[in-house]
Ligand binder design. Structure first.
Ligand code: PHE
Length: 529
């Protein structure tokens, strides 16, 4: 409606000088008119210029005095001809408990003789304890202003009128301002000082016809329809331009989790390097394959329930290869193949206990055992799957995560081969500066932690663990004596967090993950540095 009136008005006039006045004559809300003007201006149908006006408006306190009168007037009116004590006057200036206007203004109270009001109100005020709660500002302000105006005299005992008639100039001026009338600079100044008025900036527009001016705006259409073509009116219709910069509708469909994407990258690297994937489809493993076969003694702290989740049902494994179990028992208890063993009593019940595998090296031990059952051929194996540890959850630890593991098994391999393979593997991930630090694993000797220099973080970060499987592990399996196995492991979460810039593991994995992250993350990230 407003749009038609604006365009119609501009047809016969040069322009509209003030949108505020125009809105007032139309009887429409100025904000509504402003929206119409902005839209018309956007299409250059009108040219709009900002105009700013400053005007005085009443503060809440100012507004209250336009109804109740100024405090000095309220005070003056409350003083009877014979004068009044300060305390009584103060009570009179409280709000009436019945109608909540000032007592001296209350219709009920003003009809009563002032002595009655006073005694009634005093009683009420004291009984209800209101004396403490009522805002004393009317009395205070009233006193100081009335004194300034020389309307009253504050005697020691009595407050009394000095003049008989006074006018409420403050209220009158406030009313004028609220009606938008002009008032003198002196009045403005004193009301401003008393914080009864404040300056408000008002924004509006002046307008004239724009280059695309039309009396009636046609709504630009977005679709060309069969009916328009049949009727032939498409020629006269206005269509919206194509916006080639607009984003398309977000595509609906499945989204791969970042862990799956990075997993695919690692898998690709292993496959390119001639590795075979190991079957990792059992989260439940026996302690035997997870620990004992790896020459991890039964008293090792990692085998404690603080670090490992043991199963209650089924609590033990069904079967183990008995002759191999015997050889493992022997190597733990008394050694063999040149080793002293651990010299303790190895217990079968401990080996039978089921658990959630704590590392994918459990899978590696099964595979190496199977490999040993056939005439030896060199092999390269890898796995990427989930493992479980009974850990306190924090920003870098969860009770379950994914491990990436690689093994090469061949005759005569050396530590040099392991270092060479690790350099090859990690450089394919964009990590070419590696350093190794001696470490300890029960199943590898020597063992090395792998560090990579992170160009972004400007420091060496630990990226994995590695080693050569011990003869105490390989020989009882039945592998030939000159066969060595070099292996390494790392977590999948850590490189994924670095690649995707995630610093809290709980944002990546688990029930707190934001699905938005899964839907909007990049298809792939190149280079881990
Ligand atoms: N199993 C080790 C771990 O859980 C990783 C590793 C694998 C170390 C193979 C050496 C050789 O951290």
């Amino acid at each position: 409606m407003a749009e038609e009136v604006v365009l119609g008005f501009l047809k016969d006039h040069d322009g509209i000088n003030d949108s505020g006045e125009f809105a007032a004559t139309l009887g429409v809300d100025h904000n509504e008119l402003v929206n119409v003007i902005k839209s018309l201006h956007g299409f250059r149908i009108v040219d709009a210029q900002d105009i700013k006006k400053e005007k005085w408006v009443l503060t809440d306190e100012g507004k209250s005095y336009t109804v109740a009168g100024s405090p000095e007037m309220q005070l003056f009116q409350a003083i009877p001809p014979e004068g009044i004590s300060r305390e009584e006057l103060q009570v009179l200036l409280f709000f009436c408990l019945l109608c909540f206007s000032s007592i001296s203004k209350c219709i009920l109270c003003t009809d009563m003789p002032s002595s009655t009001i006073l005694s009634l109100q005093l009683e009420l005020v004291y009984i209800s304890g209101l004396l403490k709660r009522v805002d004393p500002s009317v009395y205070k302000i009233g006193c100081s202003q009335a004194m300034k105006n020389k309307w009253v005299e504050m005697g020691k005992l009595l407050v009394s009128r000095k003049v008989q008639h006074v006018g409420d100039r403050v209220k009158d001026v406030l009313l004028k301002i609220s009606d938008g009338k002009e008032v003198g600079a002196e009045d403005i100044d004193s009301l401003k000082k008393r914080k009864l008025i404040a300056l408000q900036t008002w924004k509006g527009y002046s307008l004239r016809k724009g280059p695309n001016y039309v009396v009636k705006r046609m709504k630009a259409l977005t679709d060309l329809t069969r009916e328009q073509l049949q009727r032939g009116d498409w020629k006269d219709l206005e269509f919206k331009d194509y916006n080639f910069n607009a984003r398309g509708q977000p595509t609906e469909g499945g989204h791969l989790h970042p862990l799956l994407k990075v997993r695919a990258q690692f898998r690709e690297i292993f496959l390119e390097m001639g590795f075979e994937e190991m079957p990792t489809n059992n989260y439940v493993e026996s302690s035997f394959w997870n620990f004992d076969a790896l020459f991890q003694p039964q008293q090792h702290p990692a085998r404690d329930s603080h670090d490992t989740f043991f199963l209650q049902v089924p609590s033990t494994t069904k079967s183990l290869p008995e002759d191999y179990v015997d050889r493992v028992k022997q190597i733990h208890e008394s050694g063999g193949y040149g080793s002293k063993g651990y010299e303790y009593e190895w217990k079968r019940e401990e080996a039978n206990k089921n658990l959630l595998r704590t590392h994918t090296t459990a899978v590696s031990s099964r595979i190496l055992y199977l490999l040993a059952q056939k005439p030896f051929t060199p092999k390269r194996y890898f796995s990427i799957d989930r493992v479980f540890r009974n850990e306190a959850v924090d920003r870098t630890h969860l009770a379950e995560f994914h491990q990436i593991e690689g093994i090469i098994c061949d005759r005569g391999l050396t530590l040099g081969d392991l270092i060479g393979v690790l350099n090859e593997f990690f450089s394919r991930l964009g990590m070419s500066k590696l350093r190794f630090k001696p470490a300890y694993n029960p199943y590898t000797e020597p063992s090395m932690e792998i560090f990579s220099y992170h160009e972004g973080f400007k420091k060496w970060v630990e990226v994995g663990n590695s080693g050569m499987f011990r003869p105490e592990m390989l020989l009882p399996m039945g592998l030939p004596e000159d066969v060595r196995a070099i292996a390494w492991g790392l977590s999948l979460e850590r490189p994924t967090m670095i690649l995707y810039g995630i610093d809290n593991i709980r944002d990546l994995f688990g029930h707190k993950v934001d699905l938005g992250l899964i839907k909007t993350n990049p298809i792939c990230r190149l280079g881990i540095q």
